[in-house]
Write a protein that binds this ligand. Structure first.
Ligand code: PZK
Length: 309
């Protein structure tokens, strides 16, 4: 969907995220009153807190179909998800957004992000270097950027207002915010999903360094995996092939999908200043194409199939 917020027959636009759009059934549509939403993934890409232009052709389709593939794998392991339908046609998903959309159950969203980290990097690495801990959890000495952690850590965060960064919180703060019982259920579910996914990804040549899940509660109080899951937008994917060399050398792991974009943006060639007030310049066609190939590569490695484009 290159159009920002397309007008979709039977659906009414509800909200925009950085790279996704959400719709509610329009009055008179076949879904009216059914407590569902339509989630649409656009081709927009963000880096360094900016949404870039142009988008990456087919990104929304590739990531939606990757997320649906994961939901299927996880359902086989007993993890319930919010997907209701991916059927395209009149009274279902409009052709205009086919392949990049899902109709989902409207849930009572848990007001916290369920983040799991299996490898040390990003804000976890920064805290480790300062204090030897990650969200207050003590870790062994001698870990480097990209090191595998002794065991995966549940590091929840609270959703910030749009534009702000999410804030890491301790488990005890999570208990205060959402209640002790729900906090435990959230942690157990997130760690279970991460362990399954990390093993699956590693067997496919991708390291799933960390990932962010969003869960919701259904009408019976059951915890349901929601949002988009285990894509490069919600997770850090690293190529497994070079991982150990980077850890040994103490160099940062390359981002599976956005490394070309980041390298170009921060190169003298782009002329852009990361810390300035200006929007980044348009991405060159070769950077766009190389990035598209990275999304396709991740999809193919994981699923062993081609996405429907
Ligand atoms: C829900 N978002 C994030 C924002 C997007 C997505 N199953 C659900 N039930 C109720 N609400 C949500 C979900 C899900 N998933 C997700 N906001 C609400 C979001 C903007 C655009 F596509």
């Amino acid at each position: 969907m290159s159009v920002e917020t397309a007008s979709l027959e039977g659906w009414q636009h509800l909200a925009s995220g950085k790279v996704r759009e959400i719709y509610t059934p329009a009055p008179g549509s076949s879904w009216e009153g059914q407590d569902v939403l339509l989630m649409v993934a656009t081709d927009r890409i963000s880096a360094y807190d900016h949404v870039l232009s142009p988008g990456i052709p087919d990104k929304g389709k590739i990531l939606t179909q990757m997320s649906l593939w994961w939901f299927e794998q996880l359902a086989a392991a007993g993890i319930n998800n919010h997907v209701v339908s991916t059927e395209v046609g009149p009274g279902a998903i409009p052709e205009a957004v086919a392949g990049r959309s899902m109709i989902v159950r409207k849930l009572k969203m848990v007001e916290a992000e369920a983040i799991v980290r299996g490898y040390l990097t990003g804000s976890g690495l920064a805290e480790y270097r300062a204090s030897g801990t990650v969200t207050g959890i003590a870790l062994p000495e001698g870990l480097s950027d990209g090191s595998r952690l002794p065991e995966p850590l549940f590091t929840p965060s609270t959703k910030a207002e749009q534009g702000d960064h999410d804030e890491n919180i301790s488990f005890s703060r999570l208990e205060e915010v959402i209640g002790g019982e729900l906090a435990q259920r959230l942690r157990d579910a997130a760690l279970k999903v991460y362990a399954l996914a990390e093993e699956t990804a590693r067997a496919a040549g991708i390291i799933l360094a960390d990932t962010k899940f969003e869960f919701g509660l259904d009408e019976h109080g059951a915890l349901i995996l929601a949002d988009e899951v285990l894509t490069p937008d919600s997770s850090r994917f690293w190529p497994a092939a070079g991982w150990e060399q980077h850890v040994q050398a103490g160099t940062a792991q390359p981002s599976f999908d956005k490394q070309f974009v980041r390298n170009w943006l921060t190169s003298s060639e782009s002329g852009w200043e990361r810390d300035g007030d200006l929007a980044p310049p348009a991405l060159p066609a070769d950077i766009v194409q190389a990035t598209r190939e990275r999304y396709l590569d991740a999809f193919r490695r994981l699923t062993g199939t081609e996405p429907a484009l």
